[in-house]
Write a new protein. Sequence first.
Length: 178
Amino acid sequence: MSRAIMSRAAKVVQGVRLTGHCARVAALAAALALLSGCASQPPKPAPWRAQLVASQDLNPDASGRPSPVVVRVFQLRGDGEFAGAEFFALYASEKETLGASLLGREEFVLEPGEQRELVLDLDAQTRYLGALAAFRDIRSARWRALIPAPERRLSDVLRKDFVTIAVGADSVTIAVQD
């Protein structure tokens, strides 16, 4: 009788051991899956402070009076599509015009003399920043600006530099300020 009890006890102990071993293997596999998932995502760049600055003589109308202007800021993978685009194609159908190069876009309406602070959360794949200003007299305006995207890591979060997008009477520029 004691032999039968011992046999049953051995089977129970073996079952517990097997269950414990399976549990450890499953936990290890889950931990490895979680770690590999974390490693596959690229680190998100630190956000950039940006400033939109409009001149007092912004976008003059036919009488020379300053007028508001629409400004779009683009995050781009490449510069070719943006640099080669015609204004009306880019303004009316940016997704079709820029294709896979377009990562993101923000739009603002600036009043003459306005200054606006904002934060640019750049996509990790952003290689260029583009700006477009929809001036009244587009044929004589410098309506497009393009620069390589500033590189930024999370360790740069305390840096004081920022992106300035300046819109004058008939031109737009982008610069990184220290």
